[in-house]
Design a protein around this ligand. Structure first.
Ligand code: HPA
Ligand code: ZN
Length: 343
């Protein structure tokens, strides 16, 4: 069988990109899950790697989160977190990601008796090696689990205090329904006083009102997912006027039934409205693909044009926390490669 590649797929693979919505625990591939379970003597409720993959059938965010938190139980030592992060960085390199801003969930680990310092040390060491050995720059975002209390969030921030030099920002993730951003207004105000940038998951499953809250109450600098914004025309206008980034994760939305079919995804609509949307992989080990797989799937399902693909990638740099000079450097590289491929 001869498989011909769509001309734009070469562009997708060749262009440098930034990834801004990636949960490092969500990059735990079943093979590594088994290796770490063996290394750490942790029992898994699966016979083999195929059984794990077969279990990845989700009908909602919560049905995914239940497996995602269970999977993280194999992560125990600093080296485990290093290996997890390093494996992601190698995948990122293969996808031509030159800058990544990753999330981690300290409460998932401290709740199991892992010292706060352990995940951070492993992740931070891998990110430093990724910069040195792979040329991938990065930022680290510590997420608060929104299904837990404000008190738990403040206790986590307290544990983070000695390590703030290694943490660039804070985020808000986990079960959205019933846990609006307003629950964490005081916590995010304290984080802002400490100089931490803020992002928040909002408008993934939850309503557009959660996006307003993330902007107005948490002072979120980006909205993670945000796809339900199109239910509120005033909100779309505001997001466009502010060039507020939306870190969209199309295969995640498909796997978690936020959309029935990728062809129904509103990614093109978001771009057409002038929003600073880009594509990300979220939890690639669980949702069927890393960044390029997401972009290639969207190209095919939505028949994205070259201009739309380039816009998504330029947006990934615009929305990043790189310096203006670094953003300009990578955006110029994108322009250069686009013109080389054209000639
Ligand atoms: O997509 C997500 N949404 C909320 N919480 C999460 N934690 C990991 N992935 C996600
Ligand atoms: Zn996410």
């Amino acid at each position: 069988m001869i498989v011909t590649q769509h001309p734009l797929d070469l562009l997708i693979t060749r262009l440098p990109k930034a990834e801004l919505h990636l949960h490092i625990e969500g990059s735990l591939e079943p093979e590594m899950m088994f290796d770490l379970a063996k290394r750490n003597g942790v029992a898994l409720p699966y016979a083999d790697v195929d059984a794990v993959r077969a279990a990845y059938q989700f009908d909602s965010l919560q049905s995914f989160l239940d497996l995602y938190y269970a999977g993280a139980s194999v992560l125990i030592t600093e080296q485990d977190f290093y290996d997890l992060t390093w494996a992601y960085l190698l995948r990122a390199k293969a996808d031509n990601i030159v800058h990544t801003e990753i999330f981690y969930d300290p409460q998932t680990h401290t709740a199991r008796g892992i010292e706060f310092a352990v995940p951070l040390a492993g992740i931070h060491r891998a990110l430093a090696d990724g910069h040195q050995q792979l040329g991938i720059s990065s930022k680290l975002i510590m997420c608060f689990l929104r299904h837990l209390s404000e008190v738990d969030g403040f206790a986590t921030l307290e544990q983070a205090m000695p390590y703030l030099a290694q943490i660039d920002g804070v985020g808000l993730d986990s079960s959205e329904f019933g846990h609006p951003p307003s629950k964490f207004e005081r916590l995010f105000a304290r984080c802002a006083e400490l100089g931490l940038l803020a992002v928040a998951h909002a408008g993934e499953e939850g309503p557009a009102s959660y996006i307003w809250e993330a902007l107005d109450l948490l002072k979120s600098k980006r909205i993670d997912h945000g796809v339900r914004c199109t239910e509120d025309a005033e909100l779309v206008k505001r997001l466009a006027a502010e060039r507020m980034p939306l870190t969209v994760c199309p295969l995640s939305n498909l796997k978690l039934c936020v959309v029935k079919d990728l062809a129904d995804h509103n990614l093109r609509e978001l771009l057409a409205a002038g929003l600073c949307a880009m594509v990300n992989s979220d939890d690639p080990a669980y949702f069927g693909g890393y960044l390029n797989t997401n972009l290639l799937a969207c190209r095919a399902a939505l028949d994205l044009t070259q201009a739309e693909i380039v816009q998504l990638i330029l947006n990934s740099f615009e929305a990043s926390w790189l310096s203006s000079a670094q953003k300009m450097y990578w955006q110029a590289e994108v322009g250069q490669i686009v013109s080389e491929l054209r000639s």
